[in-house]
Design a protein around this ligand. Sequence first.
Ligand code: FES
Ligand code: FES
Length: 151
Amino acid sequence: MKITVNGRSHDVDAPAEMPLLWVLRDELQITGVKYGCGIAQCGACTVHVDGEAVRSCQLAIGDLEGDVTTIEGLGTPDALHFIQEAWIEHQVAQCGYCQSGQMMQAASLLSENPAPSDEDIDDAMSGNLCRCGTYPRIRAAVKSAAAKLEL
Ligand code: FES
Ligand code: FES
């Protein structure tokens, strides 16, 4: 089947039931997306499908409808996405393992709600776990990114 990831079309030879996560990581070597739990409980595997945050561990490739964006496609090294800039500004990452999923979730939140309250942020981000406990910095970075959207 053909799938589009980060603006590039790929021919993928994989069983229809294979989760998108494994297609991205193992077939396409797009490894910014991470495996955490495999059961929709951690958010490490979050990518966008047509701009909406989805858990790629739970989406069978045969059910994919839409274009996929991963952290590699959110910005470029020369032109970071404003979420990535905010993450750097607030030095959010510790080990970093969860952070691509966190940023993809946050980008999706801000595309739907450009001025989220603390409660909105906590609600939207509650499914993305961080074992390093970076939650206060994540919230600060999301607020900082939202403030830039207002400019
Ligand atoms: S690996 Fe998909 S939610 Fe944890
Ligand atoms: S930064 Fe280590 S798990 Fe989140």
